[in-house]
Design a protein around this ligand. Structure first.
Ligand code: FMN
Length: 190
C-alpha cells in the first residue's frame, strides 16, 4: 500500500505550515493509502557538518527522520518562507537525510518518490517564493514534484485558536493537494 509522509519545515509550536500540512494530509487519507503526519519539533537535529558526521555518523533524530522518509513513497511538505527561500530547518533535515549509510543506495530516501509542496505565511504571497527553490532542490535529488502546489496567504485569519485550518475554501484547496498526491501514488503503484 502506498505510504505518504507529511511534515512541515518548521519546529515552531504554533506552526501555520504544520497546520496546512495536517489539513492536506486529511485530503490524502483515502482508501488504499496510508498517511503518517510527523511534527518536526520532535526531530531536532544539529546543523549539518561533515566533521560531525565523520566523528559520530548521523544523529539519532536524523536517522529516525531518514528511516521515515525511506519507508514512505510520497511526501507532503509544508514549507515556511524565510527571506523568500525555504527554511533552514527543512534544508538541514534534507541534507542529513541525503547522506548515505551502509547498505543504502545514493539518495535512497528521495529518488523516484513523489512530493507535494505547500506553503503559508501571514503575508499576501503565502510563501510561494520559497516553493520555487524547494521544487528545484527536490527535483535535483530525484523526486517527482507534483505540478499542483498551493501557497496560502493571510493564514492568521483562516485558522482557529488551536491553529486548525477552518476556512472552508482553504480546506478544500488543501484537501485537493493531498488527494492529488494519493492519486499519483495509486497510479504509480498500478
Ligand atoms: C527570518 C524570517 C524571515 C521571513 N521571511 C518571510 C518572507 O520572505 N516571506 C513571508 O511571507 N514571510 C516571511 N516570514 C514570516 C514566516 O513565513 C511566518 O512567520 C511563518 O508563519 C513561519 O512558518 P511557521 O508558522 O510554519 O513556523 C519570515 C519569518 C522569519 C522568522
Amino acid at each position: 500500500m502506498p505510504k505518504i509522509l507529511a511534515f512541515a519545515g518548521s519546529g515552531r509550536k504554533k506552526s501555520y505550515n504544520f497546520s496546512i500540512t495536517k489539513c492536506a494530509a486529511q485530503g490524502a487519507n483515502q482508501d488504499g493509502v496510508e498517511v503518517t503526519v510527523i511534527d518536526m519539533s520532535e526531530f531536532d537535529m544539529p546543523i549539518f557538518n561533515e566533521d560531525l558526521e565523520a566523528a559520530h555518523g548521523l544523529p539519532a533524530n536524523a536517522k529516525k527522520f531518514k528511516q521515515l522518509l525511506m519507508s514512505h513513497d510520497g511526501f507532503i511538505i509544508g514549507s515556511p518562507e524565510y527571506n523568500s527561500g525555504y527554511s533552514g530547518l527543512l534544508k538541514n533535515a534534507i541534507d542529513w537525510a541525503s547522506r548515505k549509510e551502509e547498505g543504502e543506495k545514493p539518495l535512497q530516501a528521495f529518488k523516484g518518490k513523489y512530493a507535494a509542496i505547500i506553503a503559508t505565511s501571514s503575508g499576501a504571497l503565502g510563501g510561494i517564493r520559497g516553493l520555487v527553490p524547494l521544487r528545484m532542490l527536490l527535483g535535483n535529488i530525484g523526486m517527482h514534484v507534483l505540478p499542483d502546489q498551493l501557497a496560502v496567504g493571510g493564514i492568521g485569519k483562516l485558522v482557529d485558536e488551536e491553529q486548525n485550518v477552518v476556512d472552508e475554501k482553504t480546506k478544500t484547496n488543501l484537501h485537493a493537494i493531498g488527494r492529488t498526491m494519493a492519486e499519483a501514488l495509486l497510479q504509480a503503484a498500478k
